[in-house]
Design a protein around this ligand. Structure first.
Ligand SMILES: [Zn+2]
Length: 509
C-alpha cells in the first residue's frame, strides 16, 4: 500500500456539504511544485475501456462491477463529449511517471477523497517542446459516498481538471480551475444540475474578487467553508452563453488563452478573460462588467434574457445586496458608501425602493477610489419583457454616471464594479476599493447632454465605444441636463454634492 503523504492530512473535510468536495485545489496548493510520482491510490484491480485509453482502478474487490458499469461508462462519456465533441486536447500521457500504462487512470478510493474527488499529477511538463505546460494527471473518486446517479457529474468535473492540466498545469489562479470544471460538469451532464447547489456561495459574496477562492483570507473572513469558486460555474456559463454557443468551446478557448510553454504565470486569467468576449466585449473590463450584469438575473430575478436555466435556480442563489436605498418623495437624492466595498473584479449591489412617480429617470453617479477603474450596471425590471439595462465604465479618476429610464419598472438594482487598476494582473494583492454612489432624479435622459449609454433593452450589448476607445461612457455633466422638475431640498443638496464630486473627479490627485 502506498504511503499517504502527510500533506493529504491538511485536506479540509467540509461539514454539511450537499455534495462531496473536489480536493483538486487543495492538492495543487500543497503539492504543486512536487514532481514526486508516488502516492497513487492503492488498488486491487482495474477495468479498461475498449473505446478510449482509460483505466478504472478499484480499492475493494467488490467494486469491480461498479467500476465497469458505472465509472467506466461515465469516463467514456466524459471523453467523448469533452475531447471528441468539444475539442479539448487529450489528457497528458503519464508513461513512466506514475501510471503503468499509457491509459488515463481513475481510482475508486477512500484516500483523502472526503466524499468527493480530486485530480492531480507530478509537477513536470511532459511535452516540453510544445506551447503548453502539460502535467500527467490522474483522478481519485470517493468509493463510499458518491452515488451512482452523481458519478457522471464527478467524472466530468475531474476529467476536465485533467484536461486543464494538459493545457496549463502551471495556471496560478484557482478560481478558473474550479469555475471551469463545474461549468463543464453541467455542459457534459446537463440533466443532473448538481452545479446549482454551489451558486449561492458565489453570489453571496459578489464584492469578492474573481481572483480569490474559498481558501483566500478575504473569503474565509465571511465563510470558512465557502464553495465560492465552485459557484463560479456561473462565471464560466456566462462566457459560454454570452459569447459562445454553450457547447464548451468558449471555455476551451479560455484555457488555450491561458497557456504558455513553460511554468510562467503569463498569460494569466485576466489576459484570457480579455480575449473571451471577442468583438462584443473586447477587454477584460467589458467581460467582467457583463458578468456583473448577468449574475443579477438569477432565480426570481431572471428576466429571460440572461442564463438559460436561471429561473430554475434556488432563491438563495440571488446576488447579495447592500441595504436597500430609499428614493421616494422628497428624498429624491441620496449618497451612500458600501458596507462591503468591492475588491478588484468584485461588485457591490444595491436595490432601489421605488416610489409612485416613475416618470423621472434615475441618475446614477459613482465616485470611486482613483486607484481603480470603475464600472456601473443599472437595471430596471419590467413585467413581460427583458429588463432595461444600462452599463458604463470609466478609466481611473474619470467621472462615471448613467441615467436609467424607470418607466414601467417593477424592480431596480444597481451594481458598482471595481475593475482594478489599469493593466491589472492576476497575481499580487487585490485590496478593497471604496466608492460613493449618488442617486438623483433627472428630467431628461434623451437630451444631447445626457450622456445616455444606450445599452437599454439589449442586455448583451457592450457599452458603446467613446472617442477614447475605452468602451467607457464617461457621460454627462450632472448639471448640464435641463432640470425641468422642481428640485426638493434634498435633491438640491444632492446636486451640490455632485458638483463637489465632479470637481474632485475632474482634478484627480
Ligand atoms: Zn474541481
Amino acid at each position: 500500500m502506498p504511503v499517504v503523504p502527510a500533506f493529504f492530512a491538511v485536506l479540509v473535510i467540509q461539514p454539511a456539504l450537499a455534495r462531496g468536495p473536489c480536493g483538486t485545489l487543495q492538492l495543487r496548493e500543497e503539492r504543486k511544485h512536487s514532481a514526486d510520482a508516488s502516492g497513487r491510490p492503492d488498488s486491487v484491480g482495474y477495468v479498461d475501456s475498449a473505446i478510449y485509453p482509460i483505466r478504472v482502478h478499484y480499492r475493494r474487490a467488490e467494486d469491480a462491477d461498479r467500476a465497469a458499469t458505472v465509472v467506466l461508462p461515465a469516463a467514456e462519456m466524459a471523453w467523448e463529449v469533452e475531447v471528441d465533441q468539444m475539442g479539448w486536447l487529450e489528457p497528458t500521457v503519464d508513461a513512466d511517471i506514475g501510471g503503468d500504462t499509457d491509459r488515463f487512470d481513475y481510482y475508486l478510493t477512500n484516500e483523502e477523497t472526503a466524499g468527493g474527488g480530486w485530480t492531480w499529477g507530478p509537477y513536470r511538463d511532459v511535452y516540453a517542446d510544445d506551447d503548453y505546460y502539460s502535467i500527467a494527471a490522474f483522478v481519485a473518486l470517493d468509493d463510499r459516498y458518491i452515488t451512482d446517479h452523481d458519478m457522471p457529474d464527478f467524472v466530468a468535473h475531474e476529467f476536465n481538471h485533467a484536461l486543464q492540466y494538459r493545457i496549463d498545469g502551471a495556471e496560478a489562479t484557482s478560481f478558473v480551475w474550479e469555475s471551469t470544471a463545474e461549468a463543464m460538469e453541467e455542459l457534459v451532464v446537463p440533466d443532473s444540475n448538481l452545479y446549482v447547489i454551489d451558486i449561492a456561495d458565489f453570489n453571496d459574496l459578489p464584492f469578492e474578487s474573481l481572483l480569490f477562492d474559498g481558501y483566500s483570507d478575504e473569503v474565509t473572513a465571511y465563510n470558512d467553508y465557502s464553495l465560492y469558486e465552485y459557484g463560479g460555474s456561473i462565471a464560466g456559463l456566462y462566457l459560454e452563453q454570452a459569447y459562445g454557443t454553450n457547447d464548451g468551446t468558449t471555455l476551451l478557448q479560455l484555457w488555450l488563452d491561458l497557456a504558455q510553454g513553460g511554468d510562467r504565470t503569463s498569460p494569466d486569467y485576466i489576459d484570457a478573460l480579455a480575449l473571451a468576449g471577442g468583438d462584443a466585449a473586447p477587454t477584460y473590463e467589458d467581460v467582467y462588467l457583463g458578468l456583473a450584469e448577468w449574475r443579477m438575473f438569477v432565480a426570481d430575478d431572471d428576466d429571460g434574457a440572461h442564463y438559460l436555466e436561471a429561473a430554475d435556480w434556488p432563491r438563495a442563489a440571488r446576488v447579495a445586496r447592500e441595504p436597500d436605498l430609499a428614493l421616494s418623495g422628497a428624498e429624491a437624492g441620496v449618497s451612500i458608501t458600501p458596507v462591503d466595498a468591492p475588491y478588484d473584479l468584485g461588485t457591490s449591489y444595491f436595490d432601489v425602493a421605488l416610489d409612485a412617480d416613475m416618470t423621472l429617470p434615475l441618475h446614477v453617479m459613482v465616485d470611486g477610489d482613483d486607484a481603480s477603474q470603475w464600472g456601473v450596471v443599472a437595471a430596471a425590471w419590467q413585467d413581460g419583457a427583458a429588463a432595461r439595462v444600462v452599463k458604463a465604465r470609466a478609466e481611473a479618476g474619470a467621472p462615471l454616471e448613467v441615467d436609467l429610464d424607470l418607466t414601467g419598472a417593477t424592480q431596480v438594482r444597481i451594481g458598482v464594479a471595481n475593475l482594478g487598476a489599469p493593466n491589472l494582473a492576476a497575481g499580487g494583492r487585490h485590496p478593497r476599493r471604496d466608492f460613493t454612489l449618488t442617486l438623483t432624479r433627472t428630467s431628461d435622459v434623451s437630451g444631447e447632454d445626457s450622456g445616455d449609454t444606450s445599452a437599454e433593452d439589449h442586455p448583451d450589448s457592450p457599452a458603446p465605444e467613446t472617442k477614447a476607445g475605452c468602451g467607457c461612457a464617461t457621460g454627462s455633466d450632472p448639471l448640464g441636463a435641463p432640470l425641468g422638475a422642481p428640485l426638493t431640498g434634498t435633491s438640491l443638496l444632492a446636486v451640490a454634492a455632485l458638483t463637489m464630486l465632479r470637481r474632485r473627479n475632474t482634478h484627480p490627485s
